[in-house]
Design a protein around this ligand. Sequence first.
Ligand SMILES: [Ca+2]
Ligand SMILES: [Ca+2]
Length: 306
Amino acid sequence: MKKQLLFSFLALFGAITFSAHAQVGNTCDNPIIINALPFQASGNTADYGDDVDLVQGTLCGAVPSNTNYLAGNEVFYSYTATENVPVSFVMTPGSPTSTNSGIFVYEGCANVGVSCVAGLANSNANVRTVTASLLAGHTYIIAIASGPSTQTILYNLIIQKELCSPKPSGLAADNITTTSASLAWFTNLGATSSEIAIQLAGSIIPQGPGVAATNQLFEATNLTPATEYQFWVRDECETGSGIFTPWAGPYLFNTLICDATAACNYVFRMTDSANNGWNGARMQVRQNGIVVATIGSTYNLGSGPG
Ligand SMILES: [Ca+2]
Ligand SMILES: [Ca+2]
C-alpha cells in the first residue's frame, strides 16, 4: 500500500513538473518561435516561470556586471535569421515596478549564461534597445528576465530589421474630426517617400506593407467616430528602392465623439467627507473609452461641492 501511494505521489509530482516546464517560452529548449520580422509581443514573465538562475554571461550589457539579471522569472524567444541583417530588439518594461529587467540575445541555448551577442540590463525601468548583426541560418535566443530584487516584470518586445536608419520621429495627429485626422512625422533621412499604417489602438506592429505617403503628411479619412486609433510610419531608404527603415510608432490618437455643435455640457459636483478636498486625486471622464475630461485639479480644500 505504501509503495502504491509513493508511486502515485511520484507520478503526480512528475506530471506537475512536466506541466510547469511544458509551456512554450519557459525554457531555452522550448522557446516561443518567432517566424518573421517585424515581431511584437507583450507579456508577464510570471507566466513563464523561474527556471534558470545562471548569471547572464559576458557582453550582455549588465550594469553592474556581476548582478544576476536572470535571477527572477524569465521568458525565452527564438528567431532563426533568413539573411545577414542588423536587427533591433526593443524591450519596454510595462510598468514603473518592472525594474531590474534585462534583455539578452544569445546565439543558441549553449550560450545562455555564457556570452551575449547583444544585451542590456540595469536597475531602472527605461526602454532597453539593443541591436545585433544576425547571420543567415543562425538561431538566436532572446531572453527577457529580471533580478535579483524584482521577481517579475511586464514587458513589450518589438524586433525589427534595421535596413536603414534612423527611423522617423515626432509622430503627431492634428486637425482631428469625427472621421478624419492629419497625421504627420519627421524624417531623419531626408526622405520624401514613406509608408503609413493606421490601425485600431492596441494592434501589433504592421505585418505587411503600409500605404504610400509623401512629404511626412497623410490625411486619414473615413475613420469611425469615437474610436481609438494608432499609426506607424516608416521612411523609404531611397525613393523607389522599396526598402524601408523600421516602423516608428505606435502613435495613439482618437477621433472626436461628436461634432462640437452636438456636444452636451455636464456639471460634476465633487465632495469630500474628510473636509480637505481631493488631496491630488483625479477622475477621468470617459465616453466610449475616450477621455473627455479630467476633474479634480480645482478641488483642494473643504468638503465641497468643489
Ligand atoms: Ca522561465
Ligand atoms: Ca531565473
